[in-house]
Design a binder for this molecule. Structure first.
Ligand SMILES: NC(=O)c1ccc[n+]([C@@H]2O[C@H](COP(=O)([O-])OP(=O)(O)OC[C@H]3O[C@@H](n4cnc5c(N)ncnc54)[C@H](O)[C@@H]3O)[C@@H](O)[C@H]2O)c1
Length: 268
């Protein structure tokens, strides 16, 4: 199997190292805005070839793994599917854009290609997709973050909220996922993954809580429907290479690549 990894940062780096270990992977091409940095970090691995955009990145590739940015999804996802490669997307927030989402999903159908959207920084997506087979009454994503993790959000800046002065937990936002991703772009991947797996951006509710006593970013999914009630929480450790990214998201990328390359799929 030949894999192209776009983005050699916190998540992409973990995927590249896993590709080196996985027996079915023959070659791991790496494309990053900063090829020299990628070469320095991973150029010594046996299966890795660091390429440039001008090198026709998709020639002979079976799977393209995006672990870069929303811009990279816009730029590369349709191209990858057009040549019939399968595609794994980590910057799932890009799929909030309905036009891009439809383009990607339609191309996948036309080309009989697979699009993989890993669970990333949340857990419980397996239960949500199962529950979504029948009726879901409500789904809420409750995200709790310390003040430092929220200080750069558009909502906090435009409303001049002084997060450092908060003495107790405060709900900053409670509303649709569609609105939440505009007000809190850093939450976009998790809100998008949950919305796409369940009942969409309008019906999925998001609550953003600033908690001065929180020591990590945490996500709680609550679902009610014909399947029953589901409550799922994660208290995420930061990724060693990028404190803004949950380590769970990088691990989810690794486990997804393992499943794609393997024969046994558990709990998907
Ligand atoms: N699905 C989830 O739950 C989840 C969780 C965390 C992060 N993410 C997303 O995954 C992506 C990667 O996260 P990360 O922590 O590894 O980021 P990072 O900043 O550590 O690394 C990103 C890398 O991609 C490269 N890059 C960015 N845009 C590019 C482009 N257009 N072309 C080529 N290279 C490009 C950068 O040079 C950098 O090396 C981000 O978009 C992030 O929002 C998703």
């Amino acid at each position: 199997m030949k894999i192209l990894v776009i983005g050699a940062g916190a998540i992409g780096g973990e995927i590249i190292k896993e590709c080196e270990r996985l027996e079915p992977v023959e070659r791991c091409y790496v494309l990053d805005r900063h090829p020299q940095k990628a070469k320095k970090l991973y150029g010594n691995l046996n299966k890795v070839v660091v390429i440039k955009e001008s090198d026709e990145p998709f020639a002979n590739v079976d799977l393209v793994v995006e672990a870069a940015s929303q811009e990279a999804v816009i730029e590369y996802a349709p191209q990858a599917l057009k040549i019939g490669a399968d595609l794994m997307i980590m910057s799932i927030g890009a799929l909030v854009d309905e036009k891009l989402r439809n383009e990607i999903f339609t191309l996948a159908e036309e080309k009989s290609a697979k699009v993989y959207l890993p669970s990333g920084a949340v857990c419980g997506i397996d239960g949500v997709t199962s529950a979504a087979v029948t009726d879901i009454e409500e789904i809420t994503l409750e995200t709790r973050k310390p003040p430092a993790a929220l200080k750069d959000s558009e909502y906090v800046r435009s409303n001049e909220i002084d997060l450092e002065s908060l003495e107790e937990e405060t709900v900053l936002y409670h509303g649709s996922a569609a609105e939440a991703v505009k007000k809190f772009p850093k939450n976009v991947n998790v809100a998008a993954t949950l919305s796409l797996s369940g009942i969409g951006f309008e019906r999925t509710k998001v609550k953003i809580i600033c908690d001065p006593s929180a020591t990590s970013n945490s996500h709680k999914i609550k679902l009610k429907g014909s399947a029953g009630e589901l409550v799922c929480s994660s208290y995420n450790a930061p990724s060693p290479d990028n404190p803004g990214t949950s380590y769970l998201a990088a691990l989810s990328a690794i486990s997804s690549v393992r499943r794609i390359c393997g024969n046994i799929w558990i709990g998907f």
